[in-house]
Design a protein around this ligand. Structure first.
Ligand code: NAD
Length: 413
């Protein structure tokens, strides 16, 4: 498999060929503005010091401050952070919010850290990047294995360094310190709005109760998506987390699965159902697969075995370019991450606006504005798809690249 970032830039080149953009702008969008790598010494509970490596990639800020989450996961590496930062640039442009793109990460297994160690690591990360982040510079957010509590420590440390309360330096905070109502479920709710729009455009899919959905990843995004879809009357037949999955062709009671996960720590071993692997989940005879965990899970090795007609990419980068080509050939519809999961950054934007104005919205207002923004993005992408006769990812990139290039040309270099 090629290096991930190379694949990402090939995708950009493919789009630029379709919309015939000038070489110079393409060159600017093909590389990050800035890559920062920092050593983070952390005092561990055993009295010893451990040095972690922290990354922040500031990809492009032509449309607004850099924006993107921080990931704490053992597999974090610079190639991945660059790819994620590029996708954030595209995503913010697709969603048409005034942000550029960035991403951060630390290679760490948070399950091996105590709360105290996790807090000290987060504060070290904040000190390491304090000169580079800020409400008008670069605004981090949660991602895999980073939580509202971690965002609260980041906001607190940054506020101490600057000597002033600065909630707008980070989004995804707890509501008590300036988080937005509805941010915790925003990515999933946004994805659900997109999902219903997609269904409305497709004929012959059948009614809600006839559609089966498998969700990979039962974290913030996957779990909330499963819950929202379940309560809306869809049949969720499989879910999984890092320890494996469960499958019931009759449909799972997601509320019960959630309370099982809360007590047992995983969705596996639920109600006497047979456990399945994460690989098996993707190949089940379902109508919709929702990858909501890590990258490259749909790849050359399994693309031919995937039976779903719709792949709703709630996680970032779940489908490799090779797998995408194979799936498109089979007639599957891939709803790309840069559109499907843009609800998270849209409500992060609302949170930032609320922080800067010191005026807080009711949840209804957050959700109504989310729906308006994400449906508008969907319609623009769908139009580009129909107009260019291309797939949805190329359509989304087309919308984004056109907006980025316009911003570049009016600002000048
Ligand atoms: P999370 O940490 O809350 O949940 C991750 C889930 O994935 C957990 O259930 C974990 O058990 C599971 N998991 C880990 N390794 C796995 C594996 N190998 N196979 C299957 N499952 C595995 O993270 P999240 O915030 O839900 O993020 C999930 C995805 O959504 C990521 O790709 C992230 O970049 C993307 N995303 C998140 C947001 C957000 O607002 N949180 C926004 C946009 C995109």
């Amino acid at each position: 498999m090629q290096n991930q970032f190379t694949g990402v830039i090939n995708q950009l080149n493919k789009t630029c060929k379709i919309i015939k953009i000038e070489h110079d702008e393409l060159e600017i969008l093909s590389r990050p503005d800035r890559i920062i790598e920092v050593s983070l010494p952390v005092l561990m509970d055993n009295g010893r010091i451990k040095v972690f490596t922290g990354y922040r990639v500031q990809y492009n800020n032509i449309r607004g401050p850099y924006k993107g989450g921080i990931r704490f996961h053992p597999d974090v590496n610079l190639d991945e952070v660059k790819s994620l930062a590029f996708w954030m640039t595209i995503k913010c442009a697709v969603a048409d919010i005034p942000y550029g793109g960035g991403k951060g990460g630390v290679a760490v297994d948070v399950k091996e850290l105590s709360q105290g160690e996790l807090e000290r690591l987060t504060r070290a990360y904040t000190r390491g990047f304090a000169d580079f982040i800020g409400p008008y510079r670069d605004v981090p957010a949660p991602d895999v294995y980073t939580t509202p509590q971690i965002m609260a420590w980041l906001m607190d440390e940054y506020s101490h360094i600057k000597g002033e309360n600065t909630p707008a330096v980070v989004t995804g905070k707890p509501v008590e310190i300036g988080g937005s109502l509805g941010r915790d479920t925003a990515t999933s709710l946004g994805g659900f709005f997109v999902f219903e729009q997609v269904l409305s455009k497709m004929s012959g899919m059948g009614g809600k109760d006839q559609l089966s959905i498998a969700v990979q990843g039962f974290g913030n995004v996957g779990m909330n998506f499963a819950l929202i879809a379940y309560h809306a009357g869809y049949k969720i037949t499989a879910v999984s987390d890092s320890r494996g999955g469960i499958y019931d062709p009759e449909g799972l009671n997601i509320e019960e699965v959630l309370s099982h996960k809360q007590t047992a720590g995983s969705v596996v071993n639920f109600n006497g159902l047979e456990n399945i692997t994460n690989e098996q989940l993707l190949e089940l005879p379902v109508d919709i697969v929702v990858p909501a965990a890590l990258e490259n899970v749909i790849n050359e090795a399994n693309a031919d075995k995937i039976k779903a007609k719709i792949i709703l990419e709630m996680g970032n980068g779940p489908t490799t370019p090779e797998a995408e080509a194979a799936l498109l050939k089979k007639g599957a519809l891939i709803v790309p991450d840069v559109l499907a999961n843009s609800g998270g950054v849209i409500v992060s934007y609302f949170e930032w606006v609320q922080n800067l104005r010191h005026y807080y919205w009711e949840q209804d207002k957050v959700e109504a504005n989310l729906e308006k923004q994400v449906v508008r993005a969907f319609e623009k992408v769908w139009q580009a798809k129909e107009g260019n006769g291309c797939d949805m990812r190329v359509a989304a990139y087309t919308v984004a690249v056109e907006r980025l290039v316009k911003a570049l040309s009016v600002r000048g270099i």
